[in-house]
Design a protein. Structure first.
Length: 355
């Protein structure tokens, strides 16, 4: 699943997602944790929740420490689409360097999306959010060894930090920033090359940095905002959850999403997880989880705090690697990047109270 919840550059992010320094010492590597309800309260008895256990697969993978890259599952392997190249693995411990070069060396150049085994790279942009030069090149790799150029003149909307998902046999693109203004339109494409705008002005306010996720037969637009320093369009946007069955008509599912940034969306065990959610301006070592897209709970984890992690499902487990967090040394903020690999499994059921 494509995701862009952590697509902002170093030192810049959604206005609601500024980070502060945090130092956490981890004294264990395998544990099972109880969850706590957060966000919008439903006032109803919750169903029994499962327990989950994280386990560290390796403290240091072969690929470099980094953040803001995905891991794709195809051909019975896990493929880390790192900014410095591609690595693959069958067990998460041993990773081998592959021939496929990176198509996304920074957050502006391109955005990955997946359909079956194939990987798509949308755009071949240059510059940064202050001075962007958009190139609507569409690339695809079916064999995960080389890129083929599908088009250099697609009508891909010229923007960055948009929501992106594959749903109902089509790619979907929502909102984003074009270097001058924020958008609230919706586009779809059957092939990644030919795009059609299906909603010029959706019900949700303009935004960038939102997550677009296919979950329970619907599209879900989660959070979003503006780049740090820009005028806030809607102060509630980071808490909002919008949903649609067709990408055209949207309804607000709630405004109870806890303040967060940096969580990576992934569907596991019939639930939507935001792995490595940055809570209330602090890098977190937890996930926000929902069964219905409205009511959220927090699942703690033993790994170091981080945002911009890669999260995916393989062999019946949820996997996580990469990410970054910060510490303060002599009054200076220093970012720490990760390349450890973890798995999470469901281990048992537990009764939960009302929330």
């Amino acid at each position: 699943m494509p995701g862009n919840s952590s697509s902002y550059p170093e030192g810049k992010g959604p206005r609601f997602g500024r980070s502060i320094a945090l130092v956490v010492l981890i004294a264990w590597t395998t544990a099972a944790f109880a969850s706590s309800p957060v966000g919008q309260a439903g006032g109803r008895a919750a169903a029994a929740e499962a327990s989950y256990r994280w386990k560290q697969v390796t403290p240091k993978a072969t690929f470099p420490e980094a953040y803001n890259y995905p891991v794709h599952v195809a051909r019975g392997r896990m493929w880390a689409l790192h900014a410095e190249g591609t690595w693959s693995s069958t067990d998460g411990r041993q990773w081998r360097k592959e021939a496929l070069p990176s198509a996304r060396r920074n957050v502006y150049e391109s955005q990955y999306a997946f359909s079956g085994d194939a990987v798509y790279a949308f755009g071949m942009n240059e510059g940064n959010y202050l001075d962007m030069r958009f190139r609507p090149t569409i690339r695809r790799s079916k064999d995960l060894r080389r890129w083929e150029v599908l088009s250099e003149r697609s009508n891909l909307p010229p923007r960055i930090f948009y929501g992106l998902a594959f749903f109902g046999g089509k790619f979907w693109l929502t909102g984003g920033y074009d270097g001058k203004r924020y958008h609230n339109d919706v586009w779809s494409s059957p092939d990644g090359v030919h795009w059609r705008r299906v909603a010029e002005k959706a019900e949700w306010p303009p935004r960038s940095g939102s997550m677009l996720v296919a979950f329970r037969g619907r599209l879900w637009l989660i959070g979003g905002g503006v780049i740090d320093g820009d005028k806030v369009i809607d102060p509630r946007s980071q808490h909002q959850i919008w949903t649609s069955v067709d990408g055209i008509a949207w309804r607000k599912a709630g405004e109870g999403l806890p303040q967060h940034s940096g969580g990576t969306p992934v569907v596991f065990d019939g639930q939507l997880w935001l792995v490595g959610a940055n809570r209330d301006g602090r890098f977190g070592r937890a996930s926000l989880v929902t069964r219905d897209g409205i009511h959220w709970r927090e699942e703690a984890a033993p790994w170091t705090p981080r945002g911009g992690a890669a999260a995916w499902v393989f062999d019946g487990k949820l996997w996580m690697t990469g990410g970054k967090y910060s510490i303060t040394e002599n009054g200076q903020i220093r970012f720490i990047y990760s390349n450890d690999v973890w798995t999470m499994e469901k281990v048992a059921g537990r009764a939960s109270g009302r929330r």
